[in-house]
Design a protein around this ligand. Structure first.
Ligand code: HEC
Length: 206
């Protein structure tokens, strides 16, 4: 068979094949021949498919009542105001107030998680407040100073009114470190008020 005849017969075969595909109607509803059908049709139930095995006919079952995630540590407090007050009475900071290292770490965490609302110095002048979000009260004010450590821990955990909760972002130990930093800022501002940087006469002249 020379090259020309081969080309011609291939061409004819191609035309016939194209014609045949048009004539033989496909059934798109049914799959074609399946190699290894297990690859397509899993023996395991699909998560959201109905299931005759269970009483509620669902494959995906609810966790048993009282199930908690692994490594979950329950704080034993809810988000209510009463629980915030109870936390204030019952909880104590595990870190000593003069622990410089943890306070410094608290300052870093504060900058990341609090300063955009409460301001770098805690005055409530963070950038978020400049763009329409309700301005938080100063953390250096008497109200915040009077809050017990445990209540500030609770506020960080569950939020308070317009302040969102931070339990997901900040580990409990880190919340306590932030409390250390807030306390240190409050103490610093008190010291500054008691001893102005300028001598009294100079301050009065200005
Ligand atoms: C999205 C902004 C926002 C962020 C972020 C935020 N706060 Fe607040 N915070 C507020 C607002 C607003 C209030 C006032 C809530 C209210 O009306 O009681 C508040 C209240 C507080 C109070 C109570 C003050 C008082 O005098 O009652 C404390 C303490 C506090 N925040 C600490 C923190 C700490 C610590 C962080 C960081 C972990 C933080 N907040 C992060 C907005 C924020």
């Amino acid at each position: 068979m020379n090259g020309r005849r081969l080309n011609l017969s291939l061409m004819i075969a191609l035309v016939l094949l194209c014609g045949l595909t048009l004539v033989v109607r496909q059934n798109l509803e049914r799959p074609n021949f399946e190699f290894f059908p297990d690859m397509y049709r899993s023996v395991a139930s699909k998560s959201f498919a109905a299931n005759p095995v269970f009483a509620d006919a669902r494959t995906l079952q609810q966790p048993v009542a009282g199930t908690i995630p692994r490594q979950h540590r329950s704080l034993g407090y809810g988000p209510s105001e009463e629980d915030a007050i109870r936390a204030g009475e019952e909880l104590a900071n595990p870190f000593a107030s003069d622990n410089r290292r943890e306070t410094r770490r608290g300052a870093e965490l504060y900058q990341s998680f609090c300063s955009h609302c409460h301001g770098g110095g805690g005055n409530g002048d963070g950038a978020v407040g400049l763009h329409g979000f309700p301005t938080p009260p100063s953390l250096l004010a008497t109200e915040a100073k009077d809050l017990p450590d445990g209540q500030i821990f609770h506020i960080i955990t569950f939020g308070q009114k317009n302040m969102p909760p931070h339990a997901i972002q900040i580990e409990p130990e880190d919340r306590w470190r932030i409390v250390l930093h807030v306390r240190s800022q409050q103490q610093q501002s008190e010291e500054e008020m008691l001893s102005p940087t300028l001598p009294l006469e100079e301050a009065m002249e200005q």
